[in-house]
Design a protein around this ligand. Structure first.
Ligand code: MCA
Ligand code: AMP
Length: 510
């Protein structure tokens, strides 16, 4: 059981600031260091700036800005002010944002300077009272002006462990995104568990190249670093050249499988370069057993694959010591209960059978924001959360994910729900109906393909893609549009997506 001081991320952060004020927290590409104490002071100023805009405990602060050190510090500032942090993918379009902001009703929105006019219009329409900006370097924008001159200390009371720390939107199978409500205890307990499981210490230097608007980059990487008093070499984005250049200064890398396939294709990524690293971690999407083996053959080190969800943080991990089994996501983490159940009857299945993965533990979220019915549907009566992932447990206890009961595509670690893309396609004049599938993609794992039945013979791929440009974030847009006379349907009238996936599986395979 975590002690009271460890039940929220800000208390963990302050703990490190007090014990090791001069320890490095964020290291820039150029080697500049932001210490824990300097980060604490800047986060305090940002928290004061939020409060000056009227943010009160429990209010949502929505953030859609480029990755920078200041952007990361807005997470700590929101925690300190008792606000609920709402990070948003920088790729979301105005239409997508209108939904999130309308649903979450934030007290403050933080956006890129270039988006200010468009965001101001959305805020006015939705009654969002305050808007600030932050530039890509994290050194300019009205937030920076508002924080300048503010006190560098902020009176912070430890948070209620059950209180909300963040809301992260996940796309929905019905097309409507759901806000996963994460408590302070959800985040802090997972950070402490992973710190021990992956043996993080203050000596670690984590190479951070993930975006900071999702669980992987914001919580898994950042919160463990804070919990360990370690440092992050903080890069604006993934760039294989930069990773190769900076790896000699690092000890750990966390990434999606695309990071590893791209590193394997980089001539500078050698056994010698990897030798100084103690740990390579992969998650967010399946790491192929082939990539796992290729990586081991080149570096002599086994990638540690783990499995999580926005709703649950991390659930399973391959072991730190012992076999990291290719194609497996390892064991349930300490404190997490995991079982395999029949998706229809909910009966727990015998070991080895394939079923839906269900989890329960301190990591599992509090429910979906303002969606009590959806929340109820996705939990069993005994409190297990139904992940929608299909898997089995092998004789040695390793969990394997073999597919998804939910209709979901994962491209480069980003989730795309076909229902949302289909709804956007079906609104295009000249499209009668559509089916969206994921097909193998050598770089991103899967790619989005739209299969459409058109009533307008003049409609082509470019026209469909252009029609979606302002509707959907770039990563959700189909890479290919295939035109058919009829969609294949079964006797129940349901589109047979497996047939479509088979028919188009070679589109991006190499
Ligand atoms: C970029 N593009 C993409 C993606 N990323 N399209 C589909 N899916 C993507 N993931 C588009 C760009 O807009 C561009 O389009 C074109 O692909 C080429 O971009 P490129 O420069 O090659 O891509 P990149 O900028 O290098 O990005 C690829 C990436 C990035 C590094 C894999 O997507 C990434 O950082 N992914 C990490 C996602 C992540 O953090 N997931 C965690 C979710 P065009 O040129 O046409 O404009 S949290 C989670 O899942 C759970 C909790 C968990 O377990 O962690
Ligand atoms: P998200 O909704 O973005 O949090 O994505 C969560 C989903 O990503 C899970 O439900 C899985 O389908 C998938 N996922 C995460 N980690 C892994 C992994 N190591 N292997 C396979 N799928 C994964």
């Amino acid at each position: 059981m975590a002690s009271a001081i460890s039940d929220d991320m800000f208390s963990l952060f302050i703990g490190t600031c007090e014990s090791s004020p001069d320890a490095p927290f964020l290291i820039g590409e150029d080697g500049t260091v932001l210490t824990y104490d300097a980060a604490r002071a800047r986060a305090a100023q940002l928290a004061h700036a939020f409060c000056a805009q009227g943010v009160k405990p429990g209010d949502r602060v929505a953030v859609q800005v480029e990755k920078s050190q200041t952007a990361l510090l807005t997470w700590l500032a929101a925690l300190q002010a008792g606000a609920v942090y709402l990070p948003l993918n920088t790729g979301y379009t105005a239409g997508e944002l209108r939904y999130f902001l309308g649903d979450a009703a934030p007290a403050l929105v933080l956006c890129r300077p270039a988006d200010e006019a468009a965001m101001a219009a959305i805020c006015a329409e939705l009654g969002v009272p305050a808007l600030l900006t932050l530039d890509g370097e994290g050194t300019g924008g009205s937030l920076v002006d508002a924080a300048a001159g503010q006190p560098t200390t902020f009176a912070h009371a430890p948070a209620d462990p059950a209180g909300l720390a963040a809301i992260l939107y996940t796309s929905g199978t019905t097309g409507r995104s759901k806000g996963a409500m994460l408590s302070h205890a959800n985040l802090a307990s997972n950070a402490l568990t992973l710190r021990e499981y992956w043996r993080f210490t203050a000596q670690d230097r984590l190479l951070h190249a993930l975006p900071i608007f999702h669980t992987h980059g914001l919580f898994v990487a950042t919160n463990i670093t804070i919990a360990a008093g370690a440092a992050m070499i903080f890069l604006p984005r993934f760039d294989a050249d930069a990773l190769v250049r900076l790896m000699p200064q690092a000890s750990v890398l966390m990434g999606v499988p695309t990071f590893y396939t791209r590193l394997l294709g980089h001539p500078g990524f050698t056994r010698e370069l990897a030798a100084g690293m103690r740990l390579f971690i992969s998650g967010s999407a399946p790491l192929s057993a082939e990539t796992h083996r290729e990586f081991s053959a080149l570096t002599g080190q086994a990638i540690l694959e783990r499995y999580g969800m926005t709703e649950t943080n991390m659930n399973t991990s391959n072991p730190y010591v012992g076999e990291r089994r290719p194609g497996s996501v390892g064991f349930a983490l300490p404190g997490v209960s995991l079982r395999i159940a029949d998706p229809e009857t909910a009966a727990v299945l015998p070991q080895g059978d394939i079923g839906v993965i269900e989890v329960k533990g301190p990591n599992v979220f509090a429910g979906y924001w303002q969606m009590p019915d959806k929340t109820r549907e996705e939990f069993r009566v005994d409190g297990f959360f139904i992940t929608g992932d299909l898997g089995f447990i092998d004789p040695q206890g390793y969990v394997h994910i073999v597919g998804r009961a939910k209709d979901l595509i994962i491209a480069g670690g980003f989730n795309i729900y076909p229902a949302e893309v289909e709804a956007a396609l079906d609104e295009i004049p000249g499209i009668a109906e559509s089916a969206v599938i994921g097909v193998p993609h050598a770089d991103l794992g899967e790619a989005v393909v739209a299969v459409v039945k058109a009533t307008d013979a003049a409609l082509d791929q470019a026209a469909v893609q252009a029609a979606l440009a302002d509707r959907l974030a770039r990563f959700k847009q189909p890479r290919a549009v295939v035109f058919v006379d009829e969609l294949p349907r079964n006797a129940m009238g349901k589109v047979q997506k497996a047939l479509l996936r088979d028919a188009h599986r070679a589109l991006f395979a190499s």
